[in-house]
Design a binder for this molecule. Sequence first.
Ligand code: OGA
Ligand code: ZN
Ligand code: ZN
Length: 431
Amino acid sequence: MWIQRLGRALGQGRRHLHAKIVKGTSIEVQPEPESAASSMTFPGVWLRDNCRCSECFHDTSQSRRLDWDTFDTAVRPLSIRSDEAAGEVHVSWSDAHESSYTLDWLRQRSFDADRQRAYLEDFYRPATRHWAGAEFQQVAQHFDYEEVMAKDAALQQWLQALAVYGVALLRGAPLDEGVVRRLAERVGFIRRTTYGEEFVVQAKPGAQNFAYLSLPLPLHTDLPYYEYKPSVNILHCVVQTESQGGSNLLVDAFHIADRLRSDHPEDFERLCRTPVDWNDIGSEDGREFHNIWRAPAIWASTRVSTTVCPKRDSHFSVTLTKVEPWYESYSRFVRLARDDAHAFKTRPGDVLTFNNIRLLHGRTGYDDTEQNSRYIVRAYLDWGHHLLAAPETRTQTRTGSRAQTPARMQQQKQQQQPPPSSSTMARGDEI
Ligand code: OGA
Ligand code: ZN
Ligand code: ZN
């Protein structure tokens, strides 16, 4: 740190940095000399909203302290000064506040379209690559289960493949029922649903779910009747039937939606516009549930998702005139999907993982007898909860001081006393 400061004092690492007010409300920053291409424009209101001083921003919780009762959206920069040695821009505002921004911070938040695209693809989600059924063998990558569990690089590669193609296969998993939980927890949190956390798909008498039959299971997305659908579906094959059938069917419904949008735009629009009632009302292990959610079959606005499911409610809460056209459009979508579906039979030790709101999946029928059964353990993973930060964010993780809790206070007291001889203290709660 001190070497850096010394360097600055000696004028080393000096860089060009020019900033000016444009159109009275925005700021233009020019980090390289005579290169208009490198200049970045920032709206004043956005800069003021993102002031990082301790009055405007709470550092350890990384939260704004902004007061919307007094925040002036017409705020203007009155003067601006760039500090080349420190690589900072200082702004005085019309609301009598002063802010400073580092060039690196500004660069990372540039409104330039290419930079924003790079940020969204590298940091938010990689761009998806949609595929036709015939391409399944090329796009469905295989990973070794143990490697994914042990090595962060393998974990990252598996998640990347899953994010891009919506499907990835892990091989070589042990045949115990804990695999799906361990895998989900390697990434984030296992998702509890009315069917439990990890649960078994096998043919059983008195099935409460269509999947618990050995009949063919038509293409569908799981849990369309939840407002917040889990995005990753994990199917661990423990025992596979030796009879014909029992294969999984997979189709990239984003690809089908792309085709529908270009070849039959009216059908596409209708499926995006018409809310459908999805439901699951029943009981599991003696507990009753009542899950209902209305959403269109293709949702292309905020969170892209596609839904096809035999668990569609018999209520259809739309205007009468919309019913028949919707059936025409939906049947076109489902037929296109069915014609494109790829059948794939997992083997014991395989863990099939796929995006539950992108791919449609199904299963071919099979014979279920005592000598020839099929046993799949499954779980859902919430994609939004990555416990493993992207490598570039790891250094930015919060390091705020922790609040005192009775347990921590007790622990501190113990630590102030001399440690018990020759024993290693457990420091399990260290960050
Ligand atoms: C399900 C399902 C697939 C399978 O239970 O929803 O899609 O392989 N099962 O049995
Ligand atoms: Zn401030
Ligand atoms: Zn399913």
